[in-house]
Design a binder for this molecule. Sequence first.
Ligand SMILES: [Zn+2]
Length: 154
Amino acid sequence: MLKSDTGQRHGIENEYNDRVLCNLTAICQRVLEPLREEFGPIQITSGYRHPDINRLIGSSDSSSHIAGFLDGGTKAAVDCEAFSREISNLQLVHFIRDNLSFSQVISEYWIPGDPHSGWVHVSYDSIDAANGCDCLTASRVDGKTQYSEGLPEA
Ligand SMILES: [Zn+2]
């Protein structure tokens, strides 16, 4: 959740604060733990990012992955996949949509027919009532990322 390979490569510490820790604790309890109970171990490929590290990987300053550190924001975001090869990333996004409270879930670069393509981005606001449960699909069209409302069904 706090380890950054990109930060280590560039000699930047993934510096965080108490707000970030509170936000990460909330997403663990309300999103990741229910996912683990349903699907077994969950692999986190990206969690909190210091704003400098977030910029290095080309992500925007409005990303939920940096929330809390500079702005005191109450969201946290993780990119994840199930460890089990039996569980597709589509199963994860559908379970989140149908069972959990969350700020946003994005099916990232899912390719129909390839169960392990892409990954799941999910964010959670530690002020539970602020979670709007937005569902989006990110896909690559002519080399550019396009977002559309809703999740793929298959
Ligand atoms: Zn993400």
